[in-house]
Design a protein. Structure first.
Length: 88
């Protein structure tokens, strides 16, 4: 029978902390990019009265912003992560 390998508790805590930093960064960045996308697509005065196509445009702008953020994070952060947080 094969053995079950369980990681050390420090590894689990470090992984959970890395995940928390990564998640907080991504949620914050997505909020900022989506708000900017809606402001650009519908205009700051009409952002609460956006049409279907303006909303789709905002989603595209947010997706493009997140893609660019991932490229920037790879260039300035860890090369194997789309996060700017250290150690993720």
């Amino acid at each position: 029978m094969s053995e079950i390998h369980i990681p050390h508790a420090n590894t689990v805590v470090k992984t959970a902390a890395s995940y928390g930093r990564d998640l907080a960064e991504r949620v914050g960045a997505t909020f900022v990019v989506a708000a900017g996308g809606i402001a650009v697509a519908a205009g700051p005065g009409d952002m609460f009265h956006a049409s279907f196509w303006q909303t789709m445009g905002a989603a595209g702008i947010a997706a493009a912003g997140s893609l660019l953020k991932g490229f920037v994070a790879r260039a300035f952060g860890t090369s194997n992560s789309a996060s700017l947080a250290k150690g993720v």
